[in-house]
Design a protein around this ligand. Structure first.
Ligand code: 3HC
Length: 693
């Protein structure tokens, strides 16, 4: 048919095979091929039924996202799917791998669906800031009812074949060979004269919803409260509502309009940027092509504190055996008990049973001696930020670890090169900086020391990916990328407080921008004492107000008082006149003139200071690409996805505008760190962008 789509005929069954590696994305050539294939087989008197099958590792994983920045090419996917559905011969989708987005919509256009038991399917468009744009919001509600469809469409999470069978999405699940199973199903459809099922004509489930819209509206409202600031989930719900209230053709036309509207908007551009940025971040440009990640079957984690425990859970969750080592018996006992408690809490919340807990806990073995690292392929040190202690541990690891083991440190501030110098094998030493809670946050900053070897680097990246994390390679400097930018922001938070911004105004500016919590509420939640201790260790004076609060024993929520007041264990803080007075006094002592500060200025000052630090980081080569910084902030610090990361956001505003504002703010505040970084100034002068570097 075309370069990517062909037809094979076996016993009266036409198998339309797409082969468009790596994931059979529905490119223009594939769409064209499918359309022509259906026309051809329909006209072929020797064909009684059709199977839509994909070669390689997966059924169609969706529309080709790379085409979204270009004008649409005919036939568009909805036309292809309508053509498949209109076919007068039974069409069976043979689903394996991941049938996602437009790929799942192709399957919904088929009259029957057979899936491999290991297959997953769903509509992840919302994660790209989109809605399913090829009939998904109209056909899925007709198949499984609008509420269940809404769950899948608004979450974007795929379901396994077993669940899909329960939901009535697939007609059959099989083990073994999907192609022959689908051919057998097609033969059966012909032999038994199974009536052709066109989902566009189903109405039973919608009629029930139409009779009483209240349950749908309540369900939609509940789902949307968790998606504040994002356009796509709301529009997904609008489109599913249309499925209930409008005829199929009208609902589909509106769905297409919604799709184009979202596709052309900045939120989807930001989320698509993040999709590719996450994958690009896993590449190390100078890595020789033949380096492959080493096998990691046994992990040892040193330090049974919150971080060490969380890291142990990451590997246990992925089915990998972990030895959790702490030389203090009490700490080890507490650490293991915390892990068990954590699993029990998750199980209670998600309806998992005791077996689920036991299986995970069973993968973690406690040990009180470093000798237990002997068999580990990967050893991650997660003890306090104390160079002398880390030196001692790495010298011991050098003696005890097997050759070729990866010696990783989870340090968030210390010099990885200095840690590596404690060993005679610095080429095997790498930083793996996880973010708290490690079992939840996806970011891992993989810190490449001066002597880190490619093999160690490739293995650290590979294993991070394999356990579901988003690894980003960074160079050695204080705070690496994420914390270094965080410190730049913290510095401005403190200065804004002294200059007159209320703690509540600072938090509100950041939640209005899209962060789930403001920076001061986060400090109160995490514990002001945690940052205070870290700053003391590092000799940092960037946060005098937070330090003063910590010295007063105002540690945040856990003491009922921090930047905000938490009467009787309240989770939401209230203004505290004592804090306001403290800040005013400190401003007076420092001779800072206080003034009204607008929310806009707060936002600009905090965000642009981060961008400026990001520019310095890029210039120094600590991050390889601007998009790597975006991934770090989205996956490590909850940067709002609709803004695509700080450097993407900067490009939306323009380097010229940011540099000009920073120069003004540097002047008015007297803080020279706000002066535009040379790279930012250059981009401003040249009309350049971080994304084009
Ligand atoms: N379009 C274009 N390229 C795609 C793609 C897509 N839909 N899906 C994956 N790719 C590319 C990746 O960028 C990557 O390229 P690279 O090797 O150059 O970096 C390559 O395919 C392999 O992808 P992964 O590294 O992600 O491979 P995995 O095996 O880890 O994961 C996957 C495979 C689960 C299919 C994952 O790639 C994925 O989730 N893809 C996106 C699925 C999706 O969002 N589909 C919906 C698209 S929007 C849509 O369909 C609109 C419609 O409603 C009209």
């Amino acid at each position: 048919m075309t370069q990517t789509v062909g037809i094979e005929i076996e016993d009266g069954i036409a198998i339309v095979v797409t082969d468009n590696p790596p994931v059979n994305a529905l490119s223009a050539d594939v769409r064209n091929g499918l359309f022509k294939a259906i026309e051809t087989v329909e006209a072929d008197a020797n064909v009684e039924a059709v199977v839509i099958h994909c070669a390689g590792r997966t059924f169609f994983a969706g529309a080709d996202i790379r085409e979204f920045d270009k004008p649409p090419v005919s036939p568009v996917l909805s036309e292809v799917i309508d053509r498949i559905e209109a076919c007068t011969k039974p069409v069976v989708a043979a689903m394996h791998g991941t049938a996602l987005g437009g790929g799942f919509e192709v399957a919904l256009g088929c009259h029957f669906r057979v899936a491999l038991a290991s297959a997953k399917m769903g509509l992840p468009e919302v994660k790209l800031g989109l809605l399913p744009g090829a009939g998904g919001t109209q056909r899925l509600p007709r198949l499984i009812g609008p509420q269940k469809a809404l769950d899948m469409i608004v979450s974007g999470d795929p379901v396994g074949a077993g669940k899909a069978l329960d939901l009535g999405i697939v007609d059959n699940t099989v083990d073994g060979d999907i192609r022959s199973a689908a051919v057998a199903f097609a033969k059966k459809a012909v032999a038994e004269g199974l009536p052709i099922r066109r989902l566009s004509m189903f109405d039973e489930r919608l009629a029930a919803a139409r009779a009483d819209m209240a349950p749908f509206e309540e369900h939609a409202a509940a789902l949307l409260t968790r998606k504040r600031g994002l356009d796509a989930p709301r529009i997904c719900a609008d489109s599913v509502r249309n499925a209930i209230t409008l005829p199929f053709a009208e609902g589909s036309r509106k769905e297409r309009e919604f799709f184009m509207h979202l596709k052309n908007g900045v939120q989807s551009a930001a989320q698509r940027h993040l999709f590719f940025a996450e994958r690009t971040a896993q590449r190390v440009d100078d890595m020789p092509k033949d380096v492959r990640p080493g096998k990691v079957e046994q992990v040892a984690v040193i330090g049974a504190g919150t971080m060490g425990g969380g890291i142990a859970m990451v590997f246990a969750n992925a089915g990998i055996a972990v030895t959790l080592i702490d030389v203090q018996a009490e700490a080890l006992k507490r650490g293991l008990a915390n892990i068990e408690k954590n699993y029990a809490r998750t199980a209670a919340r998600s309806g998992k049973g005791d077996d689920w807990i036991a299986e995970r806990v069973g993968r973690i073995t406690g040990a009180e001696s470093l000798e237990a690292v002997a068999q580990a392929d990967l050893i991650i040190e997660a003890v306090f930020e104390d160079m002398a202690l880390k030196h001692k541990i790495f010298a011991d690891l050098d003696r005890l670890a097997k050759p070729g083991a990866i010696l990783a440190t989870n340090t968030s501030t210390l010099d990885v090169d200095e840690i590596a110098a404690a060993t005679k094998r610095p080429e095997w030493v790498v930083g793996m900086h996880f973010f708290s809670p490690a079992n939840v946050m996806r970011l891992v900053e993989v810190v490449r020391g001066r002597k880190t070897g490619f093999q160690a680097l490739a293995t650290a990246i590979g294993i991070s990916r394999a356990v579901g994390k988003a690894p980003v390679t960074v160079g050695v400097c204080f705070g690496f990328v994420g914390n270094r930018m965080l410190y730049a922001r913290t510095r401005q938070v403190e200065r804004l407080l002294l200059e007159g911004a209320a703690p509540q105004a600072i938090d509100k500016a950041m939640t209005d921008f899209g962060f789930a919590m403001g920076p001061l509420a986060v400090s109160d939640l995490a514990g002001i004492d945690v940052g205070w201790r870290a700053r003391q260790q590092a000799g940092s004076k960037i946060a005098p107000i937070a330090d003063a609060l910590a010295e007063m024993g105002r540690y945040g929520q856990k003491t009922g008082k921090g930047f905000h007041l938490y009467p009787e264990g309240a989770r939401r803080g209230e203004p505290d006149p004592e804090v306001d007075a403290l800040i005013a006094r400190m401003a007076g002592e420092r001779g800072v003139k206080r003034r009204e500060i607008s929310s806009e200025e707060i936002t600009e000052r905090l965000i642009y200071a981060m961008v400026n630090e990001g520019a310095r980081i890029l210039e120094e080569g600590i991050a390889a690409r601007a998009s790597d910084i975006d991934i770090i902030w989205v996956f490590g610090y909850g940067w709002p996805v609709q803004h695509g990361g700080p450097m993407f956001h900067a490009d939306q505003i323009g380097a010229g505008m940011i540099a000009a504002r920073l120069a003004q703010m540097a002047e008015s505040s007297g803080d020279e760190t706000l002066a535009p970084a040379p790279l930012l100034a250059r981009l401003a002068a040249e009309g350049g962008a971080f994304g084009k570097l």
